[in-house]
Design a binder for this molecule. Sequence first.
Ligand SMILES: [Fe+2]
Length: 203
Amino acid sequence: MDLNYKIVNLFPNSIHNLEITDFDECKDELVKEIYQERERDPKGRTVSNQGGWQSNSHELHECKSEMLQKVIKNLLSEFKKNLLQEDIGITCEGWMNINGPGNFNVKHNHPRCHLSGVFWIKVPKNSGSIMFHSPEIFNRFQELDSYEEDFCYNSNCYMTHNFAPHEGRILIFPASLEHHVEKNNSNEDRISYSFNILLKHEK
Ligand SMILES: [Fe+2]
């Protein structure tokens, strides 16, 4: 019997994946400016990070790294141009992260905003992936747990899924989507910039 079996994956969680192709040209400056900020404010703040250093949160235009401001502004204007309706305005706040050897981030989401992003700046080998958790993990556990591996792979029906970080890569994702960052198992610092985006109709 031919059932013409098809699958429609409805209501996806969109993870926007962007790459800065000429990242080598700005990496050293970004790393330098982030270490400078840690010298200015060595205490920073602790939120989801277990160990390591996280800067205080700042509006993008107040970011102490000029290079970071420039990169994220360009990125957001591309994002806006390609995806968002014309009357949608974006505001953004962000913070710098330095996770040393053994440091990680516990599971969390980003309340009080709409989208969140991570920009990987220095990623030594084995310094930890970002792991997303399905919002359906409780409601649909038995179903998700029953599918064959091929189906899960082809339809992205996972309970958790990780994205390997690499330098110059940016992910933008729904702020409600829970995630954690694995332990930095390298001997060097892993450096990233995280940001939150608020969307607002301007009319
Ligand atoms: Fe996060």
